[in-house]
Design a protein around this ligand. Structure first.
Ligand SMILES: [Fe+2]
Ligand SMILES: [Fe+2]
Length: 278
């Protein structure tokens, strides 16, 4: 059995925004504490972008300091709140493709992780021809190896329309054309939406992780972007993470709220009596 923890949307920030700084750091620490207490320890920690809030060098330094207590090998991706140059400066060990996009492949046990870069300089995602060519080539290298794709922007809408990608965005078609029909893709794991949900894209399973920072409120009513109606947009519900469990060549994706929860039942009486002592 192999397990991999995914966290997303850490939005670590700095002293210029003390309220968000404390809240986002505290919430990240709650999630990391849960992950660090998992038994067995995950083989890897995958972080699907929005590592920091403003893409600033001192925010990446703050993130490094928080992650210093976590010994799990960590794989980083970037989101729309990140700055590629500042990230690469702070985390020079993270590979990039030949064009400087934060895209790479790595084996975690017998599972292959392929990190995709959808940062496009604005809130919405992007995936240009260069990135698509790299992905096609990379997937072609190991067409039979079970593979998890990690990317920041989910390619499947949530129904919470103010956060969703515009319908028919060209980058979605470009991504679909690369991954459609590939039978070795076990799942696409994403972030950005600050809310856990699942869907399907180009025939593939999509799993969107909770944020460790604040969560997206569940409100699927139509919204008029010019007329504020007082609805809750974001909420301080518990931070969360996703645990990928790879067992007997099958992948399960667990969406996990993080925090201090009391056990409801513990294992005290054997499920099966030992016949020898009967
Ligand atoms: Fe985010
Ligand atoms: Fe994002």
């Amino acid at each position: 059995m192999l397990t991999i923890a995914q966290i997303s949307d850490l939005h670590i920030t700095n002293g210029r925004n003390p309220l968000d700084q404390k809240r986002n750091e505290d919430r990240l620490r709650v999630a990391l504490k849960d992950i660090n207490n998992l038994k067995p320890p995950p083989a890897a920690l995958v972080i699907t972008g929005d590592l920091v809030d403003l893409g600033l060098a001192d925010e990446y330094e703050a993130l490094k300091a928080i992650l210093a207590d976590t010994a799990i090998p960590t794989f980083f991706g970037v989101g729309n709140h990140d700055s590629r140059p500042a990230f690469r400066e702070a985390f020079p060990d993270t590979p990039t493709d030949e064009n400087g996009f934060v895209q790479y492949a790595a084996m975690i046990g017998d599972l292959r992780l392929v990190m995709i870069d959808t940062l496009d300089g604005e809130n919405h995602g992007g995936f240009c021809e260069k990135r698509a060519a790299w992905l096609a080539r990379t997937l072609d290298e190991m067409p039979d190896t079970p593979t998890v794709l990690a990317l920041h922007h989910p390619p499947v809408p949530s129904g919470i329309v103010w956060m969703d990608e515009p319908e028919g965005a060209p980058w979605l078609d470009r991504l679909a054309s690369v991954i459609e029909g590939r039978k070795n893709i076990e799942a696409m794991i994403c972030g950005h939406m600050h809310r856990a949900y699942n869907g399907k894209f180009a025939g593939q399973v999509v799993s969107v992780s909770s944020a460790t920072s604040i969560q997206l409120a569940l409100d699927v009513r139509p919204i008029d972007m010019r007329v504020p109606d007082g609805r809750e947009l974001l909420t301080e519900r518990a931070p969360g993470y996703t645990l990928l469990v790879w067992h007997n060549k099958r992948l399960a994706l667990h969406s996990c709220p993080a925090g201090n929860f009391k056990p409801a039942v513990t294992y005290q009486v054997p499920f099966i009596k030992d016949q020898r002592s009967a």
